[in-house]
Design a protein around this ligand. Structure first.
Ligand code: HEM
Length: 152
């Protein structure tokens, strides 16, 4: 059972990190594109991928992470590495759910007007890209924390 929880947990982390990284690369491509529709297309892809790929993996990651701590006598919620994991998860989740969704709405609006106002569409895209770089760095720190388990 514990191995299956770890299996799903690692898979969810791979999908969140890999999916986020792919989205970031697609966003960089849209920024470099000379086609005005490129930013609007990217703005449309973000919630599509977010709801179908990122959101389910975020939920699965937390559920299987907490479940593993509850299921194993080796792990406790008072251990430093588990506390760090929960804090990093909360930071990545809050940036993703609160900041990124607001920037995503602004990006969709600015992307729709990119033909007439490319500068504001690019600025919104830059804010989105910067936000997601932070999310990915937080997730990388979480992978480090999971493997090195500081405090153990
Ligand atoms: C924030 C995003 C997270 C990422 C990217 C992540 C990633 C990972 C990875 C890659 C492993 C495999 C490490 C190994 O087997 O050596 C792992 C294991 C584990 N994770 Fe997470 N995790 C995250 C959040 C959490 C949270 C919030 C919890 C619990 C509250 C948690 C609990 C665990 C446990 C108990 C293990 C098993 C450790 C072991 O068997 O050595 N994780 N995680």
């Amino acid at each position: 059972m514990n191995n299956w929880l770890l299996f799903v947990h690692i898979l969810a982390a791979m999908v969140w990190l890999g999916g986020g990284l792919t989205l970031l690369i697609v966003g960089l491509r849209a920024r470099a594109s000379s086609r005005p529709e490129a930013i609007a297309e990217f703005a449309g892809a973000v919630p599509y991928v977010g709801l179908r790929v990122l959101m389910p993996s975020v939920v699965l990651l937390l559920v299987t992470g907490v479940w593993q701590v509850l299921a194993s006598s080796a792990w406790k919620f008072t251990q430093l590495w588990v506390v760090i994991a929960l804090v990093l998860f909360a930071i990545a989740f809050l940036i993703g759910a609160v900041y990124m969704s607001r920037v995503g709405i602004a990006l969709a609006r600015a992307g729709a007007n990119a033909a007439t106002n490319r500068a504001s569409a690019s600025a919104a895209l830059n804010r989105w890209l910067a936000g997601y770089v932070v999310v990915l760095i937080v997730l990388l720190l979480a992978v480090w924390d999971m493997i090195f388990k500081p405090g153990l």
